[in-house]
Design a protein around this ligand. Structure first.
Ligand code: ZN
Ligand code: FE
Length: 255
């Protein structure tokens, strides 16, 4: 049997993810927005939770960790730099490290911007990256703690992953993101197609997360600030990438 990855809608628009490895009977949770949705998903499949990985300190990604840890005995992993503002951790990591979890390699990618200390989890063997509030479907997280330059660096690191990497991000914001992206690139055919599919998914109540990295590169304005056509569309032909990225982020904040 192969490893299964489950997308779990939580709270109003958050996602958590379960990675279940049948051979070892181990299950990894990425982010813990709330205990109930996670416990239900585990019980329905008769899975035992063994690892909880936290991307960043915000409550909508961590509030369920303590209860789930107490219920299951799962061990909680988080960034050493943020240990003081994360729930109680059993293991800390630093960016660049590779963890061995339930038989999988998990590379910790530093993705500051939304918060300082935000990380993404790349599982090369699963073609999966869990990016929470850094790279999102057709968007990126708001800059609460970091700078535009930091977020741009984070997105570049994620964009350097293999094109067939599946991006598991932290929120269902894709419909608003699609409508915004069209204001930047109204003539991008791949974006027009994706926006239509996103409108349909929203009508059907279907999640739009996860999404392939190749699709993000073709449609996500925050991964496209370096392109001459995007710069031209913003009237920033000769501006550096980071200024264009900051302008797109500022427009999204006002959208
Ligand atoms: Zn957040
Ligand atoms: Fe969040």
């Amino acid at each position: 049997m192969t490893t299964e990855i489950i997308t779990l809608p939580c709270l109003s628009d958050n996602y958590a993810f379960l990675i279940h490895t049948p051979d070892s009977h181990q299950t990894i949770l990425i982010d813990a927005p709330e205990p109930a949705a996670v416990s239900r998903a585990l019980a329905r499949r008769d899975w035992r939770l063994t690892h909880i990985l936290l991307t960043h300190h915000h409550g909508d990604h961590t509030d369920g960790a303590a209860a789930l840890r107490a219920q299951s005995g799962a061990e909680v992993y988080g960034a050493e730099a943020d240990a003081h503002r994360l729930p109680r951790l059993d293991h800390t990591f630093t960016a660049g490290k590779t963890l061995r979890l339930a038989g999988h390699s998990c590379v910790i990618i530093d993705t500051p911007g939304h918060t300082i200390g935000h990380v993404a989890f790349h599982f090369p063997g699963l073609n999966a990256a869990f990016t929470a509030d850094s790279l999102m479907a057709l968007g990126c997280g708001r800059l609460f703690e970091g700078t535009a330059a930091q977020m741009l660096g984070s997105l570049r690191a994620l964009a350097a992953l293999p094109d067939d990497t599946i991006i598991y991000s932290g929120h269902e914001y894709t419909l608003t993101n699609a409508r915004f992206a069209l204001t930047i690139e109204p003539d991008n055919p791949a974006l027009i197609r994706r926006a239509q599919q996103t409108e349909q998914a929203a009508r059907d109540g279907r999640p739009t997360v996860p999404s392939p990295l190749a699709l993000e590169k073709a449609t996500n304005p925050f991964l496209r600030a370096h392109l001459p056509e995007v710069k031209a569309a913003l009237g920033m032909k000769n501006a550096p990438d980071v200024a264009v990225f900051a302008e797109i982020r500022a427009r999204k904040d006002r959208f």
